[in-house]
Every structure is written in structure tokens, then in C-alpha cells.
Design a binder for this molecule. Sequence first.
Ligand SMILES: C[S+](C)CC[C@H](N)C(=O)O
Ligand SMILES: N[C@@H](CCS)C(=O)O
Ligand SMILES: [Zn+2]
Length: 345
Amino acid sequence: MGHNAVQPSTLMSDFLRQCGGYAVIDGGLATELERHGADLNDPLWSAKCLISSPHLIRKVHLDYLEAGANIIISASYQATLQGFEAKGLSKEEGEALLRRSVEIACEAREMYHNIGCKVSWDATGNGEILKQRPVLVAASVGSYGAYLADGSEYSGIYGDAVTLEALKDFHRRRVQVLAESGADIIAFETIPNKLEAKAFAEILDEEDIKIPAWFSFNSKDGVNVVSGDSISECASIADSCKQVVAVGINCTPPRFIHGLIQAIGKVTTKPVLIYPNSGETYDAERKQWVQSAGVGDEDFVSYVGKWCEDGACLIGGCCRTSPNTIRAITKALSSRSSSATTIQF
Ligand SMILES: C[S+](C)CC[C@H](N)C(=O)O
Ligand SMILES: N[C@@H](CCS)C(=O)O
Ligand SMILES: [Zn+2]
């Protein structure tokens, strides 16, 4: 896919058409980093690996591409200039790490496409180039609550001192840097309240951000976003923002998704994206997931058909999902997809 300066209005529709109507988002990045031995008990959480083990991030992106992902999300969820500064890094060093998060994902895409580029010949000498699967690189922007590193993205309660202007000041430079990093789209993810959605929309507008964005909210009851703000109001903010090309839900238990897709579909015609977590609960103090109440890959994937019927067209996984989850989603979506996989010549 192309990089910067693609018209927001066409990027997502062109991409979805190339994918045959349904696109696969990757799964939990942090989850896989941990599975490979990374210790994320740190205020930077998954972004810590940008400093300690960038090669591991690239491997995890590659694993998700091999599992069928059409969109890989960078390791910048909890990468903030303020968080890097607290580690003693300069503004320039922090900005370089933000850019690096996207470069690592782009490198993985390039490696994947180089490995995957094959020609096959049949007995009569006719050749077939196996078409490269379309892949977008999404630059993650986590919420202010993610930066707080205390699980606040699952409460969305920041207190009265955190105003709209404070949130815009907090996020502005990071968004500018990521928008110029070579990413195809900005993924504002795990947005826990209406105020932060408004802050993101205003930054996109005020800074005239040239790449498109998606807004993805999280919920713990299937009715509202985690703060208690209405999902309809949150999705309406996304709908009104011209740079936003998809709206949805992530890091939310699978059992809540059905009703949320329906609520979002009532206020926007933009494509709906869904990448739930496993349904387990996060213990922010220990920075560990509590294993009870989660669903396995089979149960997770049993929802996929229903989510498509509800109107979702971009589907993946968030925390505690893995390449196996994404492989199963890819399989489930391929039977619905209308795309040809080869170019004949
Ligand atoms: C999406 S949560 C699991 C990310 C980690 C959290 N912000 C923390 O630092 O504990
Ligand atoms: N994309 C994030 C999680 C969002 S809740 C990560 O795994 O780094
Ligand atoms: Zn998550």
C-alpha cells in the first residue's frame, strides 16, 4: 500500500476492496512480546521493547503477518514523549523512538512481502504471480490513561484537572510525529471516554493531519464506553471527524461486542472495526492478566460470523490474543471474502 498523503476518504474503501470486503487486524502485541520473554512490568509497558528489544517487536509483527493480518499496529501504544522523558530521554530521542516504532512495522511488512513474492508456472507455461496481500501499518496512539500506567484506560476517569486542553497538549506532538512517520493510518485505541475522543478529533483537525485515523473505544458492560460515556456519543464524535475512516471497539470482552457494533452502526456509516481481548481481567497493580473468565481461540472465533453480520468489516484481537487467534479469524473471514488471490498472465 502507499504511504503518506492518501486521501482519507478513499484509503479505507480502497483497502477493504483489495481485501475482498473484510480485513484482518493483528492480535495482542504486548501479549506476544511477553510470551517471548519480555518483562513489561514497566511504566512504558510494550513500548519498553522499543528500547530493549526492537528485533522482538519486528518478529511479533512478522508472526501476525504470517497468521494472515492485513493491518499491523505499531508498538507505540504506551510510547509517549512524557514517558520517555521520565526515563531520562531527550525530546529528540523520544521522537526518534516513536518513528522507530513505525519503521519496525514497515520493515516487517517489507520482509513479509519479499518472502511471500512467488511466481508459479503450470504445465503449459502459463505463469501466476501470487498477489501480495494488502498490508497497512497503523501507528498506535494509546490514551492518557495508558501513559498513567495504572490501568486507567479501563476506568476512563481522569479527574477534573484533566481538561480537553490538557489532553490535547499531552497528545499533540506525538500525533504529529507519528503522522509523519510513514504509517498508513493512526490507530487511536482503547479510548476510554468522550473527552479524549474529542481531544483526538480536534488535534487531527487543528494540525491538519494528512494520514487517516481510526477511533477505537473500550467497554466493560457492552452498553457504554468504560467511563460510562455513551458509545453513541463517542462514535458520533468519530463520525464527525473527516480524517476518521473507521470506528470501533478494542480490548473489550467478546461477549459485549455484538450490542456495541449495533450501537455504532446507528450513528455512522464508516466501516466498523472490532478487535476484542480474550475477556480476561487486567490487574494493573501486578501488571498481569487474571486468567479466569477469558475465552479460548475457538470460542473467540465462534463470534466472528455474527460480528460480520452485525456490520463489522475489520476484525482482529487485542490483549491476550495470539497469532493462533488471528489465523483462525483469517480462516473464518476468507470464506466471506470476495478477493482473488492471484494475478493471471
Ligand atoms: C491495555 S493495558 C493492559 C496496558 C497496560 C497498562 N497501561 C499499564 O501500564 O499497566
Ligand atoms: N496495542 C497494544 C494494546 C492495546 S490495549 C499493545 O499490545 O501494545
Ligand atoms: Zn488491549
